[in-house]
Ligand binder design. Structure first.
Ligand code: 1OR
Length: 298
């Protein structure tokens, strides 16, 4: 259920900044541990300093339970090194492993964001150095941005057919990583032959798709609309873009870079591959059908 506490701190509310003294070396290690973490991406300098100041170093050993399902949320954690398993027990059933984190992973945000009991048990599997951020600092600095993005993309991602098989929590993680980009009429979003490093989902508007064949003849392919995605093939195969995608009027896209794509869309890669068999294979499977069958062009 949704938080009873207000999502943002009350204006002028007094709080005491948490400052845990640290060496330069520790600060450097924190910097590396959070460098690729989306939750920390849009902090300004002061927010970044406050977060680093408030973090507490913690060493954990294999077998140790860092978070216990049903417990009270006190800290948010970033793993600098080590590994963790996540277990969920539903309806009194024995716990089932649902996820694993390695170095750079972060967890424990849900209970802090929603004032809810811990949703899962997180157990250390390899000796780890962790950084713990207290609840107040997490809520004051990291939460607003995170919850805004999750709210913003929640309904939209639920309607994207490709992502329907994911757990709600997996869609949250995708929301954390997505960024919105806008294009104007006739802007080229991806160009056939280019090297691709982003994946896109259409948030608003429509796109035109064209493809130049071996003879240099340009073909117009079926267009793309809200909820459709493109740009994944180059990320799955490392091949150049297979088509050109152009904005038809104003278009807003949610985009994911290559690293996040591979990490977060791992569970749907099989669906992506099935939808996007190379057209020559598709054509030979549909014997007698001479029509081009590219449905979701790269
Ligand atoms: P928390 O504060 O509830 C447990 O404490 C943490 O485990 C949780 O925040 C998340 O950061 C992390 N469902 C719920 N929490 C998860 C899950 C998860 N995976 C990691 N955490 N999954 C859904 C299981 C039905 C797994 C999705 C891949």
């Amino acid at each position: 259920s949704v938080s009873a506490e207000s999502m943002a701190p009350t204006a002028g509310e007094a709080y005491k900044k948490v400052v845990i003294p640290k060496s330069e070396e520790q600060r450097k290690r924190i910097e590396i541990a959070i460098k690729n973490n989306f939750l920390f991406k849009s902090l300004d300098e002061e927010q970044y300093m406050d977060v680093v100041d408030a973090m507490a170093e913690k060493k954990v050993m294999p077998g140790e339970e860092v978070i216990k399902q049903g417990g009270v949320g006190d800290f948010f954690y970033v793993a600098e090194t080590g590994a963790f398993d996540v277990f969920v027990s539903r309806n009194g059933q024995p716990p089932v492993k649902v996820f694993a984190y390695g170095a750079g992973g972060s967890f424990g945000e849900l209970a802090l964001m929603y004032n809810a009991p811990r949703a899962a048990t997180v157990t250390c599997t390899e000796e780890s150095i962790m950084w713990a951020l207290d609840r107040v600092t997490f809520r004051r600095i990291l939460m607003e941005n995170t919850s805004r993005k999750r709210r913003m993309y929640e309904n939209f991602l639920e309607e994207v057919a490709l992502l329907a098989s994911l757990e709600p929590y997996e869609r949250h993680k995708i929301a954390d990583a997505l960024e919105s980009v806008s294009f104007n009429d006739e802007d080229i979003i991806i160009k056939q032959g280019d090297v691709g490093d982003s994946f896109y989902i259409i948030e608003q508007g429509e796109c035109r798709v064209t493809q130049v064949d071996e003879n240099g003849v340009e073909h117009e392919l079926p267009g793309l609309k809200k909820g459709d995605y493109f740009g994944e093939l180059a990320l799955l195969t490392n091949n150049p873009r297979k088509a050109t995608i152009v904005a038809k009027g104003k278009v807003k896209l949610a985009t994911l870079g290559k690293k996040a794509f591979v990490r977060l869309l791992g569970p749907v890669v099989d669906i992506l591959k099935r939808n996007r068999m190379p057209s020559n294979i598709r054509r030979s499977q549909q014997s007698g059908n001479q029509q081009q069958q590219v449905q979701q062009p790269e």
